[in-house]
Design a protein around this ligand. Sequence first.
Ligand code: PBG
Length: 435
Amino acid sequence: MASTVFHSPCACSAPSIKSLDGQNYVGLKPSANLRFKFSCVKTTVKARESQRLFIVRAGETHDGQIKKLGLSDAECEAAVVAGNAPEAPPVPPKPAAPAGTPVVPSLPLNRRPRRNRKSPALRASFQETDLSPANFVYPLFIHEGEEDTPIGAMPGCYRLGWRHGLVEEVAKARDVGVNSIVLFPKVPDALKTPTGDEAYNDNGLVPRTIRLLKDKYPDLVIYTDVALDPYSSDGHDGIVREDGVIMNDETVHQLCKQAVSQARAGADVVSPSDMMDGRVGAIRAALDAEGFHHVSIMSYTAKYASSFYGPFREALDSNPRFGDKKTYQMNPANYREALVEAREDESEGADILLVKPGLPYLDIIRLLRDKSPLPIAAYQVSGEYSMIKAGGVLKMIDEERVMMESLMCLRRAGADIILTYFALQAAKSLCGEKR
Ligand code: PBG
C-alpha cells in the first residue's frame, strides 16, 4: 500500500509524523486512510489537496450537534461563584525517593535544562534535527551475473544482478521513500586495463543498468561514481605511470569521457570520487559541450585516505594492486585542507559537496556546512556500516538504535543527504515497519 504513495509524484512531500518517542515517521504508516485516499486520487495537485482537507475534517468527532449534558453554562458559572466548585482529582502526592536518599537543599539554579527534556512530548517539540528517507542515497553494488552474491564483509549487502536483484532492491527502496541510488559496478577482470577504458563504454555495465532503471522508473534519481578504480588493472582511481605516480590530467581526460557516457545513458548526478585536481571543472565543461547542462555534479570534495573503505574494496575487488591512495586522497589528520578542496570545487561548478567517511569526520561536515552555501553530502562508508552490523550481530550494541543515531548525527553535523548502506533498513524503520 505504501508503494502507492511513494510512487506518486508527491512522494517527497509525504508528511512526516513525529511520534512521542521523538522519531519522525515519514511514509504515512499511522494513517491508513490517507494511503487509501491517495491510491484513488487523480493526478492533479488540487485533487490531492482537497483529499487531504477532507481527511482532516473527517477525523473530527463533532458533527454539528452539541450534546446536552445537564446544567447550562450560566448555571455552572453560578455554582462556582457561589463557592460550589465541582470535584476534580487532587494534585498527586510527591513521589517518594528511595530510603537513604540524602536530604539536601535545592541547588539555587535558575536554569535547569532538564525541564525541556522531561517528557516524550516536550522532547519531540524541541527536537532540532530530523531524518527522513528523502535524505538517503542508497549505494548499490551491481555485477553481470543473474544471481545476487552476498558480500562477506558487509552483512546484508549483495552484489546484485543488474537485471533482476537490482530492480527488486530499487523497488523496495522506493516503497519506503528512498528514491535516490548510487551505482558501483563489479567489472570483470578481463575488461580492466591500465587506462580503464571500459569506464566509458556506452554499453558497459553502468550505462546499460542506468538505461534499464530509467526505463522502469523514469523519476528515480541515479547518481554515478566517476573514478577509474573499478576499471583499472592497477586498482587505482587514475592512470599509473611506471614509477607509480598517478597521472592527474590524463586521468581527468578519461573521467570526462566516463561522466559523459553516464550522462548519455541518463544519469542525473555524476559523482567524481577520484580526487584528481581540476576534475570538476573539466567534467562540467565536457557535460555542457555535449548538451548535458541539466546533469549535476556531486564532488567528493573531502575524501580521506581512510581504512574505513576496506569492505567496499572487497566487495568490488578493487584494492590497489600496490601502494596506497595517499597522493590523491586526503590525510585524515587534516582539517583546513578540506577548505582548499571546497573552494576549488565550488568555483569549478560543483552542485553538491561530499565528505567521506562520515561519522569519524563530523567536524569536516560541519566545516563545509558553515563555509559553503551548497548542499552537503556525507558518505557513511562500508567500514562504518560493517562495524555497526558486526556489533549488532555480536549483541554488543543495539544495531537498529545505533544505526538511527549515527544517521541522525550526520544530519545534525550538517549533511543534507547521506549515502548509506542502511538506506533501506533505516527508511523502513522511519516508516514504522519494525523488522
Ligand atoms: C573509489 C571509491 C571508494 C569508495 C567509493 N568510491 C573506495 C576507495 O577510494 O578505494 C568507498 C566507499 C565505501 O567504503 O563505502 N572511487
